[in-house]
Design a protein around this ligand. Sequence first.
Ligand SMILES: O=C(NCCNC(=O)c1cc(-c2ccc(F)cc2)cc(O)c1O)c1cc(O)ncn1
Ligand SMILES: [Mg+2]
Length: 218
Amino acid sequence: SFVSLRQRILSAVQKNATRGDPRSVIRAIDQFCSQKEWAMNVGNEKGCILDSVVSEVNPATVLELGTYCGYSTVRIASLLPPYAKFITLEFNPDFAAVARQVIAWAGLEDKVKIKPCLVEGASSDWIPKIKEQFGIKTFDLVFLDHWKEHYLSDTKLMEECGLLRKGSVLLADNVICPGAPDYVEYVRSSPRYKSHYFRSHLEYTKAEENLWYLGIIE
Ligand SMILES: O=C(NCCNC(=O)c1cc(-c2ccc(F)cc2)cc(O)c1O)c1cc(O)ncn1
Ligand SMILES: [Mg+2]
């Protein structure tokens, strides 16, 4: 019967990565997606930029919007300090099902140290509930990688829900391809944000892409 791309990615992880070794899970996905089939993981080039931002911010609270197969979830979770709280939201239940298994294979599900809490459902439904559900006041880091047309509305929603503070960092994937022009326009013209971008390429291709970094200054 037909095996979906997400299932083939999971099989590649289970076949080629070592249980409990997050780096081998990342390597297995990158090898599959560069040698066999393209998939919309953030990839290794942008992934190294993500790693450097996570290491610099050293966040106690992280929100990821758009889990997909859990590739960036594993990258982020493997760099977090033991006390960190990490929530990743995925709308698509099929993606979430694969991500749970990829995160478990990396050993991050079991580790007391970090338990990325994978929440299924629309970000706009979940964002207003996060404070009470997870006992989180504000996020030190938000990684936006979900529907590109929801970047702006979800950022405004996070502001309204008081989930962002002075010093919070937002990192957005795909501001060029597929693109989030309204989001870029809003944050660039807002006095609340100091923004700049990291030049990179669309995962597993040579197409120009940027990761858009936002520091909240007010
Ligand atoms: O979050 C959901 N989809 C993934 C968002 N991510 C993307 O769409 C995405 C796309 C691309 C991309 C780039 C070039 C190209 F030719 C095709 C796709 C790259 C990326 O790096 C992404 O991150 C989703 C799905 C659904 O059915 N319901 C609710 N949410
Ligand atoms: Mg992306």
